[in-house]
Design a protein around this ligand. Structure first.
Ligand SMILES: [Zn+2]
Length: 273
């Protein structure tokens, strides 16, 4: 049938995901709601091109299926839907574990003593290397409380485009100066808020335990944001897309910088109903 063949050829050329799979997977991500019909179509096409260029492989016996691939593509491409896919050039591989994966770490303290530990990670982005993800933390049903490990790791990739993980993506000089001022101010404010809150946690409560969540939930961002400027940018970007109202209320200046950079404002509903 010529019609069917033509359709297949068209599909092959733009690589966009099949509309039915797209609809069912995209429906799981409420944070796409601010995109209008043209924005969603742009995202679908971008996801197709992304999946053609990236090699998504499983680890520890995990086999990524179409839902896994598309779930990753949607969250990875949302930040760049109005930018350029070239932003993600320079690496090809995405490795997916079924759940959190263990990474051995070595840290040298001020006294020169080496501390060895094993961290359980939900994601990791290496400069020039692969993005590693835990499927349990990537699936739509695994996203809780404004976090997306995929958005987080791919925002690190945007940050790294100029070769530095410093919380500042490539920007024209004037915008870059403004971004750095706002980033610094927002980061300092957040660290002070975190210090103030931690002083309120009773000594009987272990800050690392779930019992401390009650206190940390009062913060606009996950405490990991206080690590450094790079983590602040990545964590704030997650909140920007998943809980935009929370970020806009707490850090309106940084919210504006993010909206300008990503060329989208998740607080503005699409024009058509
Ligand atoms: Zn990070």
């Amino acid at each position: 049938m010529i019609g069917a063949m033509f359709h297949r050829l068209i599909r092959k050329r733009d690589g966009a995901p099949d509309p039915d799979t797209w609809r069912s997977v995209a429906a799981g991500f409420a944070f796409l709601d601010h995109l209008d019909a043209a924005g969603r179509e742009r995202l679908r096409t971008l996801c197709g091109r992304f999946l053609e260029r990236k090699q998504i492989s499983g680890a520890a016996g995990f086999e990524p299926d179409e839902t896994v691939r598309l779930s990753i593509a949607i969250q990875a491409c949302l930040p760049i839907v109005y930018l350029d896919l070239a932003a993600y050039e320079g690496f090809v591989e995405i490795v997916v574990y079924p759940a959190r994966f263990l990474v051995p770490r070595e840290q040298v303290d001020d006294a020169g003593v080496v501390h060895e530990s094993i961290d359980a990670l939900s994601g990791e982005a290496m400069d020039g290397g692969p993005v590693v993800l835990s499927w349990e933390d990537t699936a739509a049903e695994g996203l809780d409380g404004g976090t997306s490990v995929v958005i987080h790791e791919f925002v690190h990739k945007l940050d790294l485009l100029d070769g530095m993980a410093d919380g500042t993506p490539p920007l024209p000089p004037g915008r870059r100066r403004r971004w750095r001022e706002v980033l610094e101010r927002s980061f300092e404010w957040y660290v002070a808020e975190l210090d103030e809150l931690e002083a309120l946690i009773p000594h009987t409560v272990d800050p690392e335990s779930p019992a401390a969540d009650h206190w940390y939930r009062q913060l606009p961002l996950d405490p990991y944001a206080a690590t450094d400027h790079a983590e602040f940018f990545a964590v704030a970007a997650e909140t920007f897309f998943l809980e935009p109202g929370v970020l806009a209320d707490a850090l309106p200046e940084f919210y504006r910088e993010l909206a300008l950079f990503f060329r989208q404002d998740p607080l503005v509903a699409p024009k058509e109903c």
